[in-house]
Ligand binder design. Structure first.
Ligand SMILES: Nc1ncnc2c1ncn2[C@@H]1O[C@H](COP(=O)(O)OP(=O)(O)OP(=O)(O)O)[C@@H](O)[C@H]1O
Ligand SMILES: [Mg+2]
Length: 314
């Protein structure tokens, strides 16, 4: 740790993390400044299939020599295709804490750094605590930071991340006078939609976010397993139909995502369960048609009707 004119320079790996026994909250002390760390995100989740993209992502983070630096990949795909899920799975594979930062149009540069917060300690007393963002926390503990939907963030928010995303690997928090170098285990990934509802990234940021990894749709058998993992209680005939529906619709050029499939299968299965609860019997295929109509639209159910006609004709 070194102290410049007014600025403390410190590396994440040199900081001692302490834990408050009563709250289980982690803190670090930087020259008398007590900073509260963010909590990692814990998700019971299994990534299915598409091992190719998972390996590309892992390779871009891989470092086998002492001074080798990881890359900062950009994961791009349609909304609901599984970008966040893939980034999380890759992070968990490294067996380090995984943190999220959700990019929004209102994200301010300081939201990514360290902010003072007034905490009430009793009826008449309060104290100032410094709160580290998930970005800063991941840099200190040597975790993975998933900057989710980064393309929704404006340029001024990205600007503070520029030195972190090149070989310097540091961030400067002017408000607390701290220059923090990332722990060598720190890994970064930005996920982005390829729709038009987002800001175009500034060129100097784009040039730091490489490689560009595209996530595409899973095939029929992967999709069936994705549905099953995400909806373990759903009716298995419903899951089969929804996997068929997605694969037929995609062959016809429609771009329904795994998230659409999960919603359809979830609703169709609930319709079936509720009918059973009410003492009625209903057909899984009819419920999938109803779910498609109410989730994607009336016209979209034609693919499911085709599947049922073919089944009856066979
Ligand atoms: N390969 C997969 N294995 C397991 N679950 C998956 C897989 N792909 C997608 N999913 C599931 O699909 C849903 C949508 O995925 P996710 O939220 O990661 O999409 P996204 O691309 O990040 O969407 P958005 O752009 O809207 O943020 C989640 O419930 C996720 O668990
Ligand atoms: Mg996402």
């Amino acid at each position: 740790m070194s102290v410049g004119a007014n600025k403390v320079q410190v590396s994440g790996e040199d900081l001692q993390i302490s834990v408050d026994a009563s709250t289980d909250q982690q803190y670090v002390d930087v020259c008398g400044l007590k900073i509260r760390l963010a909590r990692p995100y814990e998700l019971d989740f299994e990534w299915i299939g598409n091992k190719g993209v998972l390996h590309q992502l892992q390779a871009s983070w891989f470092c086998s020599r002492p001074k080798e630096k990881p890359m900062n990949p950009r994961l791009v795909g349609k909304p609901g295709v599984g970008k966040t899920a893939l980034a999380y799975a890759a992070g968990k594979f490294l067996q380090v804490p995984v943190y999220f930062f959700q990019g929004t149009a209102d994200t301010q540069p300081n939201d990514l750094l360290i902010n003072p917060l007034v905490v009430e300690t009793s009826a008449d007393n309060s104290k100032v605590e410094y709160i580290a963002s998930t970005v800063i926390t991941a840099m200190i503990v040597g975790g993975v930071l998933i900057l989710d939907e980064g393309n929704r963030m404006q340029e001024k928010a990205w600007a503070s991340l520029a030195p972190l995303l090149d070989s310097r690997r540091y961030i400067e928090s002017i408000s607390v006078g701290l220059m923090l170098k990332a722990h060598p285990n720190f890994r970064f990934i930005a996920t982005m939609n390829d729709d038009a509802s987002c800001f175009e990234l500034p060129e100097y940021i784009k040039s730091r976010l490489h490689p560009h990894i595209s996530l595409d749709f899973p095939d029929r058998s992967e999709e069936r397993r994705i549905l099953e993992v995400n909806l373990p209680f759903a009716n298995s005939t419903v899951l089969d139909y929804v996997a068929d529906f997605l694969s037929v619709a995609r062959r016809e050029g429609e771009e329904y995502t795994p998230r659409d499939g999960i919603h359809i299968a979830n609703y169709a299965s609930k319709l079936l369960d509720y009918d059973k609860f009410c003492g009625r019997t209903s057909d899984p295929g009819d419920n999938v048609i109803r779910a498609v109509e109410q989730i994607l639209g009336i016209r979209q159910s034609r693919f499911m009707k085709q599947i049922l006609w073919k089944e009856k004709a066979a």
